[in-house]
Design a protein around this ligand. Structure first.
Ligand code: GLU
Length: 489
């Protein structure tokens, strides 16, 4: 089966790419890559009110960010295009023609009011509220005459009377059964000539030769309808795989109430695409039941639908944050600098030009912060003190540290030492400062915290000696001098 696998991700561009959609895209991508198959992106833009070009672009951007490269789709092309549903009207019309010729579709002239009335009365009787097939018995000639006379009509699927229950093997859920009497003669083409959602999706999947339909289980109830359309068209059924939903930590379906749900919001919060990809892959799939950190290559190599869980997955922000921290720690200094530069530039701590000229300096900074960062955006408050001329000392830190007996004496002695050491590197700084406390009779903690608060503005900072090196001698001394009057001698 290796060459023939063709899967698709078919988002409706009615919003940005959300966590759930991204997971569907990831599984499709991984499935295609696993089998050396084809991953298709199809934009289901048939809802004119809610679909926008902006959303389409945002979805594509988010997919690119995650590294979900597709083999066919917008901007890439392919031999099964176009890849926007709004441009595929011709293939829906052709499919309808085929069904008409086969006698598998019929025009229905019932008005919306009539349909409402039928539904009401069926409901009142407690029966199935589907279409009662009134127009199915209109003979071909009178139907043609009414159409020729311009009478509004839709086209319905003529579901075989003896079709029976619709059972299909779902690759995730096992056999799924829909009772025959829950499916009526569904509308394929509306009065205005446009294809209905289920007709368009089915014709697209069939004409694009999709072999596996992997999607969210919110589409499970559409599947029997789509199967009937496949059958009427005489097309081979794809393998269906319905993914269980993603829940928030409260057990409710993940939604905006849970905070950020779009992939790009996570990007903006300082998450790495490889961490997001890894985490989302774990929401319903596991490599071996234990391994939580794996690369996209490992995912692609090992992905299979049999390891996709039928149970809903819980989206846990803390776990994602933890995983993001793991990825940050695993980066080389070069890689981390590449990732933090845009964040520093965005926060105006550094200009893009300076990021180039000060690369060596940034490379020294990277290992000092990599252990402490869980998200890239945390770098800004963590290192802001290195980029300003002077700092504000945070009041709590001042009271806690600079008001301590001996902090002034310690600052004086540390200043003197720092002013005279031959080179201003972390090692020399450390050696010079380590001998101060004993010499002036203060506790090491008092001395070092005094220097830390004076130079970084807070009791929490990256490692002190390295920070001073990056700050430079001049700025270090200026800051100690500025803080000195606040300290208790
Ligand atoms: N366009 C549908 C959606 O965004 C997906 C259809 C499908 O995967 O069959 O939910």
């Amino acid at each position: 089966m290796s060459e023939s696998v063709r899967v698709r991700f078919a988002p409706s561009p009615t919003g940005h790419l959300h966590i759930g959609g991204a997971r569907t895209a990831i599984y499709n991508w991984a499935y295609a890559r696993h089998f050396g198959g084809t991953f298709v992106l199809r934009i289901e833009d048939t809802d004119p009110e809610r679909s926008t070009e902006e959303n389409t672009q945002a979805i594509i951007r988010a997919m690119e960010w995650l590294g979900l490269d597709y083999d066919e789709g917008p901007g890439v092309g392919g031999s099964y295009g176009p890849y926007f549903q709004t441009q595929r009207a011709e293939s829906y019309a052709e499919a309808l023609e085929r069904l008409k010729v086969e006698g598998a579709a019929y025009p229905c002239f019932c008005t919306p009011q009539e349909l409402d009335a039928k539904r009401e009365s069926a409901r009142a009787l407690g029966g199935f509220a589907g279409y009662d097939r009134t127009c199915r018995s209109i003979d071909a000639e009178s139907a043609a005459a009414r159409i020729a006379a311009g009478e509004p009509h839709v086209w319905r699927l003529k579901v075989p009377e003896d079709r029976g229950d619709i059972v299909f093997p779902d690759a995730v859920r096992g056999d799924v059964t829909f009772a025959a009497d829950v499916v009526d003669d569904l509308v394929l083409v509306r009065t205005d000539g446009t294809a209905t959602y289920n007709f368009a999706v089915t014709v697209d999947d069939a004409t694009m030769a999709i072999t596996h339909v992997v999607r969210g289980d919110d589409h499970l109830s559409n599947t029997p309808k789509q199967i009937l359309i496949y059958e009427a068209l005489g097309e081979k059924l794809p393998v269906f795989a319905h993914l269980s939903m993603i829940l928030g930590a409260d057990g409710k379906r993940l939604s905006k109430r849970h905070g950020a749900t779009s992939v790009e919001a996570y990007r903006d919060m300082g998450y790495l695409p490889e961490a997001v990809m890894n985490y989302l892959a774990l929401l319903g799939w596991s490599l071996d039941g234990e391994t939580t950190v794996f690369s996209r290559e490992t995912l692609a190599e090992n992905f299979s639908l049999d390891r996709v869980s039928r149970n809903p997955a819980i989206f846990d922000d803390e776990k994602l944050e933890w995983l993001n921290g793991v990825y940050i720690r695993e980066m080389s200094a070069e890689q981390l600098v590449d990732r933090i530069v845009p964040v520093l530039v965005d926060a105006s701590l550094i200009s893009a030009d300076e990021a180039v000229t000060r690369r060596a300096w940034l490379l020294k900074l990277a290992p000092m912060i990599s252990e402490r960062l869980k998200r890239l955006d945390e770098v800004v408050p963590m290192v802001a003190f290195l980029f300003s001329d002077g700092i504000e000392i945070d009041e709590a830190s001042r009271q806690k540290v600079l008001e301590k007996e001996g902090s002034g004496v310690a600052l004086d002695a540390c200043r003197a030492a720092l002013a005279t050491i031959p080179t201003f590197d972390a090692e020399t700084i450390e050696a010079a400062l380590r001998e101060v406390p004993e010499r002036v009779g203060v506790k090491p903690k008092v001395a070092f915290q005094a220097v830390r608060v004076a130079t970084t503005g807070s009791t929490v900072s990256p490692p002190l000696f390295e920070s001073l090196e990056l700050l430079g001698r001049e700025q270090t001394l200026v800051r100690i001098d500025a803080a000195r009057p606040l300290a208790t001698s």
